[in-house]
Design a protein around this ligand. Structure first.
Ligand SMILES: Nc1ncnc2c1ncn2[C@@H]1O[C@H](COP(=O)(O)OP(=O)(O)OP(=O)(O)O)[C@@H](O)[C@H]1O
Length: 360
């Protein structure tokens, strides 16, 4: 049934005829037609038309079709209208709106983490069913979301994948001495973990964070020199995970905060080629949480919990209106930008797995 719908344009044409208000113009008046492809569909207007082919119309069709296609396909939201040339001979039908789609996001369920870790290709990290990231292509990862949205849960998943699959060495910075610190302790990473102790002021703590970040910058420079002599040298990934980034520098003297920002920028700008990465978690990634450069360099972004224009404005260029975000634990939006995945913002369902006792 679903296959028939996806092969035949009649269903979508009918949905658009009914919902799209084109001042009386419909497919019956020959004003447009729909063509279905393997990776999306085309809305082909017949020109001249009484309606305007603009972004507003594109987003309206997106909204109607995205809901109409669920749960067979998920349309990939575009920030602006996607106009393409058609192969029509007739000039009246020579242009079309294109709507790329992908399969609907499905949650990954891992019932036995130990056997999962043994069987899966070591460099890839599965995020959802049929969606994975190759850590060689990751610059930095940002995880945002309101309290209780599932940030710590998905962070623990990523840390487990990165460390237990042997993909990356880790430094863990946890200003609240909470889930990440407990995770690190459970896996014997105490020497690579920083959390505040009683006698430390906020400024002392951020200064200690800066010491670690400075160490990573030094490693980046050392690795750059190795690459200069041997461009194909393969380094082991090194990741610094910082939880609660927004709260970290709150009330800290400007000089210390500036150093923190400058070190973060250096790592995110120079770390990619040398396999040094940031994995940052924050309620939001506004300009007071991280430098703009860090946000721009990050190519894996997860926004959990409430999804609205206001919450997604820092991580995504697209307006989330019309994207069908699933409800439930650990859901939201996901974006990966690399040369394997086309630019896309997808509904996100973070993996469900067994967390080691005493961490969460
Ligand atoms: N993918 C998931 N599958 C199953 N349960 C989940 C998933 N994601 C989150 N949860 C559950 O949702 C609850 C809240 O998650 P979590 O503690 O990670 O939120 P948080 O964003 O870190 O909150 P806070 O900022 O207050 O620490 C937890 O009980 C967790 O077990």
């Amino acid at each position: 049934m679903i296959e028939d719908i996806l092969q035949c344009p009649a269903y979508l044409t009918q949905c658009l005829n009914i919902s799209l208000d084109l001042s009386g113009e419909t497919s019956y008046t020959n004003s447009f037609k729909v063509k279905i492809g393997k990776n999306g569909f085309w809305f082909i207007p017949h020109f001249p038309a009484s309606y305007v082919l603009d972004n507003e119309l594109y987003q309206k069709i997106y909204k109607i079709a995205n809901a109409a296609l669920y749960p067979a396909k998920s349309l990939l939201k575009q920030s602006a209208m996607y106009l393409v040339e058609t192969d029509a001979k007739d000039f009246n039908n020579k242009r079309a709106f294109y709507f790329p789609w992908t399969d609907v996001s499905r949650r990954l369920i891992i019932s036995d983490m130990e056997s999962y870790l043994q069987t899966k290709d070591s460099k890839k990290i599965e995020i959802m069913q049929d969606v994975e990231i190759d850590y060689d292509k990751v610059t930095s990862i940002l995880i945002a979301g309101n309290s209780g949205s599932g940030k710590s849960y998905v962070l623990t998943y990523l840390l487990t994948m990165l460390y237990l699959k042997g993909i990356s060495d880790m430094y863990i910075i946890d200003p609240k001495c909470d889930v990440p610190a407990r995770w690190a302790h459970a896996y014997g990473l105490d020497k690579r973990t920083l959390f505040p102790i009683e006698e430390m002021s906020n400024s002392d703590f951020v200064s200690k964070v800066n010491d670690i970040l400075a160490k990573l910058v030094t490693i980046i420079y050392q690795r750059q020199r190795i690459l200069y002599r041997d461009p194909h040298h393969q380094f082991k990934h090194l990741t610094v995970c910082i939880d609660e980034v927004l709260a970290l520098t709150d009330g800290v003297p400007k000089k210390i905060k500036d150093s923190f920002f400058s070190l973060l920028s250096q790592i995110s700008l120079l770390g990619r080629a040398t396999f040094v990465h940031l994995l940052l978690v924050s309620q939001r990634f506004s300009n007071d949480a991280i430098p703009i450069a860090v946000r721009e360099q990050a190519n894996v972004c997860l926004q959990l919990g409430n999804i609205s224009k206001k919450t997604t404005q820092f991580l995504f260029d697209v307006d989330p209106d019309g994207i069908l975000v699933p409800i439930g634990k650990g859901t939201g939006l996901f974006q990966i930008t690399d040369n394997t995945h086309p630019f896309q913002v997808l509904p996100l369902l973070t993996p469900t797995y067994q967390v080691k006792e005493g961490i969460l």
